[in-house]
Ligand binder design. Structure first.
Ligand code: NAD
Length: 304
């Protein structure tokens, strides 16, 4: 009886292995130089879990990657074997330096492109240039963003629009431009939006209605694109940080820092490198069945 069950299990295993081989040969389509399992593909079967985090041969684009959270996520992805990384940012000096640092630390081809994410023509041109220079785009991390603290009754329309334009419209334009190229290449991809806990709660006592609205919209944009682009094997997810210790926040240091820490169960701000593990998970096949998810990393802020 025991021998018969083992036999059945072995037969099922062998059928499953054959299915996996078939699935892989189906997705490994037309170009022998492509990885056997493209980014974002359903992998099935068992692989070594650490191998699933590998980004060997893939190229990532990171907006706002010249500093702060974007730069930290770039470091995390480079450590996992990217063949190329493109940093897109407004700040040229910082961006060039970031690329030098990524190349010297990880040996990854790193290229800086000066870009304002609000400029739709420049956005598409830049994404095309990345494909020309680095060969492909598999991963897009959307970290370019701004915040300001202004009481609602005093917000000028220009200032309000600026936040929406960079955080929301800029994320859309970059996702659309890279998404078109991913669709045309037929290999799938992973897009990681950077939302914020402010997209699902209202930070108190900061007056920041434009920022909060922009991040709520970024999260819903991510969900909308995840549904539309699932058929192209492009996964879309977002990371929503709580208060992180980056230059974005240092301007508010004296006034708000104490309040922010005391309202965070872990009692501190996050370090920029505390998003890198999640970014790598979302960028890689380790999260191959995850799309449309918003992942809060906030030291517990939003549980209260
Ligand atoms: N730091 C936090 O506490 C925190 C919390 C939640 C969410 N976030 C989000 O994380 C992202 C990164 O924030 P950070 O803390 O690293 O900020 P940061 O200011 O250190 O970095 C943002 C980068 O975006 C670039 N940028 C700004 N406007 C741009 C534009 N129009 N075009 C291209 N690049 C532009 C800046 O030059 C900068 O290098 C933002 O979207 C922010 O809203 C930050």
């Amino acid at each position: 009886m025991a021998t018969a069950s083992i036999q059945i299990v072995l037969e099922q295993d062998s059928i499953l292995s054959q299915q996996i081989v078939n699935e892989r040969s189906m997705v490994a389509t037309n170009d022998d130089s492509e990885p056997a399992v493209p980014v974002g593909a359903s992998v099935g079967g068992k692989r070594n879990v650490f191998d699933m985090f590998s980004l060997d041969g893939r190229v990532a684009v990171i907006t706002g990657g010249a500093r702060g959270l974007g730069y930290s996520m770039a470091e995390g992805l480079c450590a996992a074997g990217l063949s190329g990384v493109a940093i897109l940012d407004l700040q040229s000096d910082l961006g060039e330096r970031a690329c030098e640092q990524l190349y010297s630390e990880f040996g990854v081809s790193a290229k800086f492109y000066r870009l304002d994410v609000r400029d739709e023509i420049a956005v598409q041109d830049t994404m095309n240039s990345v494909v020309r220079d680095l060969g492909r785009i598999d991963i897009l991390i959307l970290s370019a963003g701004v915040a300001d603290i202004v009481h609602a009754e005093e917000y000028s329309p220009e200032k309000f629009r600026r936040v929406i334009d960079i955080n929301l419209n800029g994320s859309f334009l970059c996702a659309q431009a890279a998404g078109k190229l991913m669709i045309a290449a037929g290999r799938g991809g992973s897009i990681v939006f950077v939302g914020s806990m402010s997209g699902s709660i209202v930070n108190w006592p900061n007056p920041q209605c434009a920022y909060n609205s922009s991040k709520a919209a970024v999260i819903h944009l991510m969900k909308s694109l995840s549904a539309e682009w699932a058929k192209h094997r492009i996964r879309c997810n977002s990371i929503s940080p709580g208060y992180m210790d980056t230059p974005l926040n240092t301007t508010f240091e004296g006034e708000y820092f104490h309040e922010w820490k005391s309202r965070t169960p872990m009692g501190r701000l996050g370090r920029p490198d505390e998003l890198a593990g999640c970014a790598l998970w979302l960028a890689s096949d380790a999260s191959s069945y995850c799309t449309g998810s918003d992942i809060l990393i906030d030291g517990g802020y939003t549980v209260l």
